[in-house]
Design a protein around this ligand. Structure first.
Ligand code: CP
Length: 309
């Protein structure tokens, strides 16, 4: 396979193992390039990309912008907090105005699940979902599974537990899809109140006890509590959550093995993970961030090359 079959990257659901492997192999090449003294390639010269963010972001936004600049694209950035959205402009009007400036690709983050799918039905440009509410965050799942492949040689056969606020997490859903496609065994762990009712129908194990989950896994991907999406109280207090579900050195030392620690960020130190664990040799959290640039370069490059603009 040398091309993606899809014009957009709206989610991991619907893409194939072959397409993910193509993204990984392309990212391998870009990772070599961005570690060279001359980090830029002309692949997307004359391609204009708009990063349209209706929700806060540090990693995803900077990583996409850097990926686009490394590929020599022309880049424009939009943030809803400093835009005419504040004056009542709709999503479609906002994006159509951006597209009138001859934009080829749109990278969009939005708080509403399905917002990028809506856009893809109404405009011709390539759309990349940079996180839509509690739904999907496909490039995060790609960089996470790429990082597992880099650290462990392969994703197939690995036991991966995703710990935390599964109910509100787009990272969890996209990771479950990507890990299953690539042949990993997947478990989710957290309080019962933060487990979606449908989760076991995705073919994952469900474990409410953190120690049991850590004993089972090779890799733990730890999520923060998404207080900004919670409309009610799902657990008594942050302190109690940290006691039962916080990953700390004591619990890791009680295991008879070492596990790889991942976190998509942003980290709430002292809640879902202690600083000594986040900063330990077994954590690949900053490798995930580094790999995000190469993986996003691969996605942009392959979508632009699909010949569907
Ligand atoms: N992992 C992630 O999506 O981080 P940001 O919200 O900072 O982009």
């Amino acid at each position: 396979m040398s091309q993606l079959k899809t014009k957009h990257l709206l989610g991991i659901k619907g893409i194939t193992e072959g397409e993910i492997q193509l993204i990984f192999e392309t990212a391998d090449n870009f990772k070599n390039i961005i570690n060279r003294p001359i980090k830029k390639v002309p692949s997307l010269r004359d391609v204009t990309i708009a990063n349209v963010f209706f929700e806060n972001s540090t990693r995803t936004r900077l990583s996409f912008e850097l990926a686009e600049k490394r590929l020599s694209a022309d880049v424009i950035n939009f943030s809803s907090t400093s835009s005419s959205v504040k004056k009542g402009e709709t999503l479609l009007d906002t994006v159509n105005n951006i597209l009138a400036m001859k934009v080829d690709m749109v990278v969009m983050r939005h708080s509403s699940p399905g917002a990028p799918h809506f856009l893809a039905r109404h405009i011709d440009s390539n759309i990349i979902n940079a996180g839509d509410g509690t739904h999907e965050h496909p490039t995060q799942a790609l960089l996470d599974t790429y990082s597992i492949r880099e650290k462990h040689g392969d994703v197939a056969g690995k036991k991966v537990v995703i710990i935390g606020d599964i109910l509100h997490s787009r990272v969890a859903l996209s990771n479950i899809f990507a890990l299953k496609i690539l042949g990993a065994e997947v478990m989710v762990c957290g309080p019962a109140t933060l487990m979606p009712k449908f989760v076991s129908s995705l073919g994952v194990k469900v474990e409410l006890d953190l120690l049991e989950a850590l004993k089972w896994c090779d890799i733990a991907n730890i999520l923060r509590i998404q207080l900004e999406r919670q409309k009610m109280s799902y657990f008594p207090s942050i302190r109690e959550y940290a006691i039962y579900y916080g990953v700390n050195t004591e619990v890791l030392k009680s295991l008879d093995k070492q596990i790889t620690i991942m976190h998509p960020g942003p980290i709430n130190r002292g809640v879902e993970i202690t600083s000594d664990v986040a900063d330990s040799d077994h954590a690949i959290i900053l490798d995930q961030v580094e790999n995000g640039v190469a993986v996003r370069m691969a996605v942009l490059y392959l979508l632009a090359g699909a010949g569907v603009n």
